[in-house]
Design a protein around this ligand. Structure first.
Ligand SMILES: O=c1ccn([C@@H]2O[C@H](COP(=O)(O)O)[C@@H](O)[C@H]2O)c(=O)[nH]1
Length: 232
């Protein structure tokens, strides 16, 4: 795994998704399949996109009691994907169970990362709605540390926190960072946001980009702009 742009395939059907991917005639982007597409199409969409040669981040953000997450991860381990995730808020016990469930009998498994705090959450929401009275960067760091201790491969955080996560958990501990917008783009529901260029400067390993690419007039050009800014 190296520095790359992950395109969030937030579509509600296979037809729209494949039509989008068909526009990429020269590149084979690393893609993210999230809840919208997975719930609409089921595991077959994962197999179909894999068969087209894409690397896949299956972003289902599991969050339940450890036993349930372990069993769900065992089911997901049958899918040939590169990256899957859970919510760190499920606790270290839940993350350990996820790791155990995901590991196949032959010892192989996709990489497993944990969402620290959603990039759509800001300090005010954290305090007033979640009743967590700590600076958000500290909360992210605390969740990242627990994920690292129980053996996960990295976290989902904002690019703003990527450098500190690497400092605390090591340079090989992955930072996968949504909340990315072009300098002239709409922020939408995202709160902890940077540009692709800034994400690079801050040390993110992967940026996850959805609407700035999928809703662009020319998605291939928008993707290339992300790659140029982030990978160089
Ligand atoms: O903290 C998180 C975790 C996941 N996401 C996902 O990333 C993409 C971002 O899409 P944009 O359109 O670029 O905002 C989306 O699929 C989210 O589910 C996140 O944004 N923040």
């Amino acid at each position: 795994m190296g520095k790359d742009v992950i395109v969030a395939l937030d579509f509600d059907s296979k037809e729209k998704t494949l039509a989008f991917l068909d526009r990429f005639t020269e590149e084979k982007p690393f893609v993210k399949i999230g809840m919208e597409l997975f719930y609409a199409e089921g595991p077959s969409i994962v197999r179909e996109i894999r068969a087209r040669g894409h690397k896949i981040f299956l972003d289902l953000k599991l969050h339940d009691i450890p036993n349930t997450v372990k069993k769900a991860m065992a089911a997901l381990s049958a899918l040939d994907v590169d990256l899957v995730n859970v919510h760190a808020a499920g606790t270290g016990a839940m993350m350990s169970a996820a790791l155990a469930g995901l590991t196949r009998p032959d010892g192989t498994r996709p990489l497993l990362i944990a969402v620290t705090q959603l990039t759509s959450t800001d300090q005010d929401m954290l305090e007033k709605e979640l009743w967590i009275e700590k600076p958000i960067a500290e909360v992210v760091m605390h969740y990242a540390e627990i994920a690292s201790i129980v053996g996960l491969d990295g976290v989902v955080c904002s690019p703003l926190e990527a450098g500190a996560v690497h400092e605390r958990c090591g340079k090989n501990f992955l930072t996968v960072t949504p909340g990315v917008r072009f300098a002239d783009g709409d922020v939408g529901d995202q709160k902890r946001v940077t540009t692709p260029a800034k994400a690079k400067e801050l040390g993110s390993d992967y940026i996850v980009v959805g609407r700035p690419i999928t809703q662009a007039e020319d998605p291939v050009a928008a993707y290339r702009r992300c790659v140029a800014e982030f990978v160089g």
